[in-house]
Design a binder for this molecule. Structure first.
Ligand code: SAM
Length: 548
């Protein structure tokens, strides 16, 4: 097969879902939930993780007036400030803009780590920091110059969540403001940050929730999430059979920096080089590893595209689809729960597989490699031309006779190519509520309306996938959101509309391809992975078989 999607032949995207994380490795995950302990005093040099050593329990300030303080912008703080500005003004994604700014300002590894922690932390905890700032500013925050507000957020994160000495946080933030905004607001920034520094984060949180009895409001402040997301996540836990009491752990997991997972494309890649350079073998799924950090481009297999960055949840759902035994009776179509590690690899020779929503190509690359191993072929579809190009790049390490890229609307594939494919992945556009840890700004950008707006497209794409799958074949409906409106409700609607469908046990299917064999992700025949349980993105999987 040849690529119709403009294969550039270069190294595949290592970005996985949205490409986040490569430079996010330096992020401490610091957020409004519990940290900010002091260390030894008297130095503000950055350590190997880019943290400025120590803010002691006591705050010491210079007696200098703001006008006498530094007028220079420290490059790492400047990068963080520019990232916040780009996110606010240009709707930029922090994980994409940050690496570019780090390169542009020639930050070394330590400064890059500091800039990452500062920008990611300030963005993640924005809601909580704004609540603190609102107590320290004598006017509504909406009346502040947005650039001043971003400078304040950066100051708050240094003061309350990083080990930056208070005098350095103040001096450097005021210096940054003087250099990039102007001398005018520096007195305000200085005065406000002094008020902020009077309390620790825990003391601020206690003050903010004082007298509050609404648990949603309390969790929203403590864990820096919008209230509607706290409610949505609680509802999601319950919908997938987990206790609502897990909500705090789930929100906390959203604030931790995600580990960068690697996948070696089956039959093509090897993890040897990554393991030799310090990566740890993945415990959940075969062929995976946890990166030890640093520039992954140093690994030849990553440069060749045969080893890629991919969340373990994505690896699991792609492998589960590939492993479904279509030859067995529907009820037995996944491996026996009792012997999950010995899941049989079904023969798929001459099968045609379809990835209906493939961009940027993370799962397509894994599916393409698995398809090739089994003598099957893969069509990867993506409507956005630039993303279709990324899919081709991601697949470029897989020999070209086993895959093709189609640039088009997935909703048309079902009518254009009815009953053609044996295995179909439909990884629909969704709110991404299950991948908040990768995108620090997204929680403040999303709204409940996104869930309702995406519903019709998700249903149409699933209907197209079900039309494109042949009788006896299987469709994997996948989201990186656990919200029931995007997961179980979409699947239930599809099952209601046709009488030739049946749900396979997705929890057992995940167990069958996992190394532990006991993920406990299944509920009512569908499966939901969780950051606080599985340390993956919150991927949802339903396996829908079309009766033969
Ligand atoms: C969740 S992402 C898929 C992630 C991908 N499977 C991966 O692992 O890298 C959803 C994709 O669906 C694409 N999309 C949006 N509308 C679509 C449509 N009408 N038909 C097919 N794909 C669509 C988006 O452009 C996006 O690339």
């Amino acid at each position: 097969m040849s690529s119709s999607g403009g294969n550039t032949g270069g190294q595949g995207s290592t970005g996985g879902r949205g490409g986040a994380g490569r430079n996010g490795q330096g992020s401490s995950g610091a957020s409004a939930g519990g940290r900010g302990k002091g260390g030894p005093r008297d130095t503000s040099r950055r350590n190997a993780k880019g943290r400025e050593r120590n803010r002691g329990p006591q705050r010491s300030f210079t007696e200098q007036a703001p006008s006498q303080r530094t007028r220079r912008a420290d490059p790492a703080r400047l990068v963080a400030f520019e990232v916040l500005r780009a996110v606010a003004e240009e709707d930029a994604y922090a994980n994409l803009v940050l690496p570019a700014r780090i390169r542009q300002h020639h930050l070394d590894k330590r400064d890059a780590g500091f800039a990452t922690e500062l920008s990611y932390g300030a963005l993640r905890s924005q809601g909580t920091y704004d609540a603190i700032l609102a107590r320290c500013v004598d006017r509504p925050l909406s009346q502040l110059d947005p650039a001043v507000l971003d400078a304040l957020r950066i100051g708050v994160h240094q003061l309350l969540a990083m080990r930056v000495p208070a005098h350095a946080a103040l001096d450097q933030t005021v210096g940054l403001a003087r250099a990039v905004i102007g001398a005018g607001p520096s007195a305000l920034i200085n005065a406000v940050l002094r008020k902020v520094s009077a309390r620790t984060l825990e003391e601020w949180l206690d003050l903010l929730v004082e007298g509050e009895t609404d648990q949603t409001k309390i969790a929203a402040l403590r864990f820096a999430h919008p209230e509607w997301i706290v409610r949505a996540m609680r509802q999601s836990l319950v919908a997938h059979g987990r206790p609502a009491t897990e909500i705090d752990s789930l929100l906390e997991a959203d604030n931790a920096a995600p580990v960068v997972n690697l996948v070696a494309l089956p039959g093509l890649g090897s993890l040897d080089e990554a393991l030799e350079s310090g990566a740890a073998p993945g415990e959940l799924v075969e062929g995976s590893a946890l990166s030890s950090g640093g520039d992954l481009g140093r690994l030849a297999s990553v440069r060749a595209g045969t080893t890629r960055v991919q969340d373990v949840g994505s690896q699991l759902v792609a492998r589960a689809l590939a492993a479904v035994d279509l030859g067995a009776a529907a009820g037995d179509a996944v491996a026996d729960r009792a012997a999950p590690a010995k899941a049989t690899v079904p023969s798929t020779a001459d099968e045609a597989w379809l990835d209906l929503c493939a961009g940027p190509g993370g799962k397509a690359a894994l599916l393409g490699a698995l398809a090739r191993q089994r003598g099957a072929t893969l069509l990867a579809n993506e409507p956005a031309p630039h993303r279709a190009k990324l899919v081709s790049q991601a697949l470029s390490a897989v020999p070209h006779d086993s895959w093709q890229v189609r640039t088009g609307d997935g909703r048309e594939v079902g009518t254009e190519q009815p009953e053609r494919y044996t295995r179909v992945l439909v990884d629909v556009p969704c709110t991404g509520l299950g991948a908040l840890r990768r995108r620090p700004e997204s929680r403040w950008r999303r709204s409940p309306k996104d869930i309702t707006d995406l519903g019709p497209l998700q249903r149409e794409l699933l209907a197209s996938a079900l039309a494109a799958v042949r009788p006896g074949g299987v469709v994997a409906y996948v989201t990186c959101s656990p919200h029931p409106a995007e997961t179980t409700a979409v699947v239930a609607d599809a099952l209601r509309k046709r009488d030739d469908l049946e749900l396979l046990d997705a929890g057992a299917a995940l167990d069958a391809v996992s190394l532990t064999g006991k993920l406990h992700a299944g509920h009512d025949m569908t499966a939901q992975l969780w950051p606080h349980i599985h340390h993956t993105d919150a991927m949802f999987l339903a396996l829908i078989k079309k009766k033969a």
